[in-house]
Design a protein around this ligand. Structure first.
Ligand SMILES: [Zn+2]
Length: 73
């Protein structure tokens, strides 16, 4: 597909995604995305996002638990 921001081509890649679900933040590895070759913008299919919600809401294994700092810029 074409990037909405810079009009460059995107490539299919597996990425690490920050994903909010019911007020909690998850880091999900191995997520399929279209990534812009130029600006790095990432695009996720709605079906991919639905699948992540399903994984999180069901029984899933947890690789690692991180504590996250929230800061103001
Ligand atoms: Zn782009």
């Amino acid at each position: 597909m074409k990037c909405e921001f810079c009009d460059s081509e995107t490539s299919k890649k597996k990425v690490k995604k920050q994903h909010w679900f019911k007020g909690r933040l998850y880091i999900v590895e191995n997520v399929e995305a279209e990534v812009c070759n130029e600006c790095g913008e990432r695009y996720f299919h709605a079906t991919t996002l639905d699948r992540i919600d399903k994984i999180i809401s069901g029984d899933h294994s947890v690789k690692e638990v991180l504590s996250v700092e929230v800061v103001s810029a």
